[in-house]
Design a protein around this ligand. Structure first.
Ligand code: PEP
Ligand code: MG
Length: 572
């Protein structure tokens, strides 16, 4: 059976389907089996919970840190609280099942903690919520699945791959990823590309069609998923997979070269990363710097905010690993499709237009200042860090952020802690407001980096993660190209460097256009670094200018892409 989706991450993956279905913890059908039996069920489930959690705490202590392990040990103490247990038993005595009694007591405590003044007490609400989910899963026999423990050769089929789900992922075990939701610039696609895993997205009805254990072929170039293929087709795709890997190997000749166009003009080719672990992949792939460190990943898959010290360690690590090469670190960009449960953000009608990124940070100043302090301190030694603000829409936001940065510098000075007093501050240009006022913003900041993933969705008013409208989502829209031209011109006029860290920077058809418009720096997924370097090397200025001029005369994305495709073919 062949199912068509969208190409999300290139390559061919072959393996066995593992469906990750959202677990419902509905216990409305569970029957009361008598007071003693329900109490025994509850006690047993709590015991299993404690054993599991103890194991997790030990592993966490060994691999993550003591603080994180303490959070888990704290949960064991909580469920062993005699008063809490007696409250649950009272519920059972009143005729509730173990599930209902646990649910009621946990909800009551979660509400109580959530309303407290003290931040630490409020965090306990998250712990109680976690206890509720995990004990309910044990009682109902639906163990939560962890993506980190999947066997080698797994083809993960999932509704959508959230960033936190991928934190523990072992890329070597995942042959491919297929999702029901998400477009090519959704975070699931970006993550798959960063991990070098082939992916197909937005496959309609995926989880009703696919079954655990079924053999699957995932063609991340064509956007196709083939379930239970015939032997001949399987062999054909094994060949394709081999050819893809060979192509990849051929690109290695570009690894230790500078990034030059055919005229010999140099460009910076940087990598996008989500944490220190990916910095190594970036270096291995030949990155000349880091153009986007998405720090929100440091905030995910945990139960509380990372402290200043924890952040310092992560930023310092990347700074040192890159040894003098530039590292652009983006301040916390949450909201939109990036949720962090313990922050307790309300569900919004329009999350992409709502309380996110710089808006959140300027409102939650302590969280923002903690990050700024960590960044300033981390840059003290190598002086290679730069700070970048996401989703800027106005000059006021930049000025406000600068004020907070100056405050942090003052505080660090008073405390006698080393910090980078000259750190550069730049912005992502990824909203129409920023694009249209790029000349004003350019006077306020040290650099620009164009975020075409968001810029495209906001300019065309098309959700970047919605498969239903993905055919409208394209950075080749004349409106987006006009915006790119204006942003780059504004940066040139103000003599500040301008890069691009959106996915368009590694699009082979877009590259000649970006060269002609005058982009200085390309920041791409580590897995696409070498193909980007190769593409840049193929164009000289006259050819790129000529093609670009003609592209700007076209009236539709399709016409522009056709022209660019022809231009590229003629050129090769
Ligand atoms: C962008 O919007 O282009 C970008 C690089 O940031 P993100 O994909 O994290 O929103
Ligand atoms: Mg963005």
């Amino acid at each position: 059976m062949v199912l068509q989706g969208l190409a999300g991450s290139s390559g061919v993956g072959i393996g066995e389907i593992v469906c990750l279905r959202e677990r419902t913890l509905d216990f409305s059908q569970v029957k009361f089996s008598g007071e003693e039996a329900e109490k025994a069920r509850l006690r047993q489930a709590l015991e299993v919970f404690c054993q599991d959690t103890q194991k997790m705490a030990e592993e966490t202590q060994a691999h993550v840190g003591e603080k994180e392990a303490e959070i888990l040990s704290g949960q064991i103490t909580m469920v062993n609280d005699p008063f809490m247990i007696s409250q649950m038993e009272e519920g059972i005595q009143a005729g509730q099942t173990a599930e209902a009694a646990l649910d009621a007591v946990c909800r009551m405590y979660a509400e109580l903690f959530a309303g407290m003044e003290d931040e630490l007490m409020r965090q306990r609400a998250t712990d109680v919520g976690d206890i509720r989910t995990r004990v309910l899963s044990i009682l109902l026999g639906v163990r939560p699945l962890t993506i980190s423990s999947l066997p080698a050769g797994s083809v993960v089929a999932v509704h959508d791959l959230t960033p936190s789900m991928t934190v523990g992922i072992h890329p070597e075990n995942i042959a491919a990823i297929v999702t029901e939701a998400g477009g090519p610039t959704s975070h699931s696609a970006i993550l798959a590309r960063a991990l070098g895993i082939p992916a197909v997205l937005s496959v309609p009805g995926l989880l009703t069609q696919a079954q655990d254990g079924q053999t699957a072929i995932v063609d991340g170039n064509e956007g196709t998923l083939i379930l239970s293929p015939e032997k001949s087709l399987l062999e054909e795709y094994q060949q394709k997979r081999k050819a893809f890997l060979e192509q990849k190997a051929l690109l290695q000749i570009y690894k230790d070269r500078p990034t030059l166009d055919a005229d010999g003009k140099a460009y910076q080719l940087y990598a996008n990363i989500g944490g220190p672990a990916e910095a190594q992949a970036a270096l291995d792939a030949g990155a000349e710097g880091i153009g986007l460190f998405r720090t929100e990943f440091l905030f995910m898959d945990r139960d509380s905010l990372p402290t200043e010290e924890e952040q310092l360690v992560a930023y310092q690590k990347v700074s040192q690993m890159m040894a003098g090469k530039e590292v652009i670190i983006r301040t916390l960009d949450i909201g939109g499709d990036k949720a962090i449960p313990y922050l307790g953000l309300e569900k919004e009608e329009n999350p992409f237009l709502g309380y996110r990124a710089i808006r959140y940070c300027l409102d939650q100043r302590e969280i923002f200042k903690t990050q700024l302090r960590a960044l300033l301190r981390a840059g003290a030694d190598q002086r290679n860090l730069k700070i970048m603000l996401p989703l800027v829409t106005s000059v006021e936001e930049v000025r406000e952020a600068k004020k907070l940065l100056a405050q942090c510098q003052e505080e660090l000075k008073d405390q006698g802690l080393p910090y980078d007093s000259q750190i550069s501050l730049g912005i992502m240009v990824e909203t129409p407001a920023a694009a249209l006022t790029a000349d004003l913003l350019a006077k306020e900041v040290d650099f620009f980096s164009i975020g075409t993933n968001d810029l495209t969705q906001y300019i065309i008013a098309v959700d970047r993660g919605n498969g239903k409208v993905s055919s409208l989502y394209t950075s080749f829209h004349p409106a987006v190209l006009q915006a790119l031209k204006g942003i780059i011109e504004a940066a040139k006029n103000a003599h500040i460097p301008v890069g691009m860290c959106g996915e368009a920077a590694s699009d082979t058809q877009m590259i000649p256009l970006l060269l002609a418009l005058g982009l200085d720096e390309f920041s791409v997924s580590p897995s696409l670094l070498l193909s980007t370097r190769r593409e840049i090397s193929r164009w000289d200025s006259a050819q790129a200018q000529d093609l670009t001029q003609r592209a700007f005369q076209q009236t539709s994305p399709a016409a522009i892409q056709e022209l660019l495709a022809q231009g590229r073919e003629k050129h090769s």
